[in-house]
Ligand binder design. Structure first.
Ligand SMILES: C[S@@+](CC[C@H](N)C(=O)[O-])C[C@H]1O[C@@H](n2cnc3c(N)ncnc32)[C@H](O)[C@@H]1O
Length: 319
């Protein structure tokens, strides 16, 4: 398949820049430490491969001392290959970044397959606008836990259930309405008022009328999205041996603001000087746009704690 290689002067995606700054933050904080001079990064749900290409460029330039090894995969079930994205991704990467075996680095699997990497393989895993589409979150988190090194960290940018505007149809509250018919009516009403993605989807997807657009969009939300609250995700992370935090959410807004003001992107985010500032950024930010969750393996040696408590107990000392 002929592929048009992306123009290198294309504006940089703010989300991609945000993830790059997120990686810079993890490295600067020492939360991620490359092993044997190599940093292995996985892009989960890599789509057209643009994020991989961007990170390869920037990270190899910023860290000439490190071997940057990027991998990515996507699943077949959600139309990944219907638009030829797998070929687009591998060809775009091969022509933009030659000399790397991209056909081995990028893969397509089934939603129900285990990920194709050895345990503990990655220092960093990323996903961009993926978690709100994942059907089986426990399976996803269990594979994430397995493939991350015990000292690894993952970053996930996606809208939580609280986000006000449904990202795929740009309509407020469309995903909050669980009653299917009411959802159709709501999207139809807002489309009549010129709110949402109707005009664009009329051209791109052939949604001829607001009603048609509302019905198709309601079906899309129903079938292909899974909006979850932070609490629900954090609970499932706990069950998978992972800990979740929303602390980098504010960073996306900083990245957006700097992009609008045409300021240089940051190489890392600094913790808020205001106590609780990052938490507040998450509490507000999750309503306004995508959140950024940091999800990392966590374990606790309970045997050591019990042994220490027993050793310190007065009964034991008396004996
Ligand atoms: C909105 S697209 C985002 C694609 C890409 N990350 C980007 O930013 O352009 C969502 C992607 O998530 C993928 N996806 C959904 N469920 C997944 C899963 N369980 N594991 C990996 N990828 C998944 C879909 O196949 C789709 O490519």
């Amino acid at each position: 398949m002929q592929v048009v290689v992306a123009d290198r002067k294309e504006p940089i995606s703010v989300t991609h820049q945000h993830l790059l700054t997120g990686i810079g933050t993890l490295l600067a904080q020492g939360r991620v430490q490359p092993s044997q001079g190599r940093l292995r990064i996985l892009d989960i749900g890599c789509g057209d491969g643009q994020l991989i290409g961007f990170l390869h460029d920037r990270l190899t330039r910023a860290h000439p001392d490190l071997e940057i090894e990027l991998h990515g995969f996507d699943i077949g079930e959600q139309g990944y290959n219907d638009g030829g994205q797998f070929d687009i991704a591998t060809q775009m990467l091969a022509s933009g970044h030659p000399g790397i075996p991209w056909r081995e680095r990028i893969s397509m699997i089934s939603d129900t397959d285990p990920w194709r990497y050895p345990s503990g393989y990655f220092d960093i895993a990323l996903s961009n606008q993926v978690l709100e589409h994942v059907a089986d979150l426990p399976a996803f988190l269990s594979e994430l836990r397995r493939c991350l090194s015990p000292a690894g960290v993952s970053l996930h940018v996606f809208p939580l259930a609280q986000s006000i505007v449904e990202a795929h149809c740009q309509t407020p509250f469309a995903h909050w309405i669980r009653d299917f018919d009411r959802r159709v009516e709501w999207i139809s009403l807002l489309s009549h008022l010129g709110i949402g993605a109707y005009r664009r989807h009329r051209t791109v997807l052939g949604h001829a009328t607001p009603r048609r657009h509302a019905l198709e969009t309601a079906k899309y939300i129903q079938c292909w999205t899974r909006y979850r609250s932070f609490g629900a995700i954090a609970d499932q992370c706990r069950d998978a041996g992972l800990a979740a935090s929303g602390g980098l959410t504010k960073g996306l807004f900083i990245a957006k603001l700097r992009s609008v003001l045409k300021r240089h992107p940051l190489d890392r985010y600094r913790p808020s000087r205001l106590p609780g500032g990052d938490w507040l950024g998450f509490m507000i930010g999750r309503y306004l746009s995508s959140s950024t969750l940091v999800i990392a393996p966590v374990s606790y040696d309970i045997g050591r704690r019990i042994a220490a408590e027993k050793a310190a107990s007065p009964l034991r000392r008396a004996a």
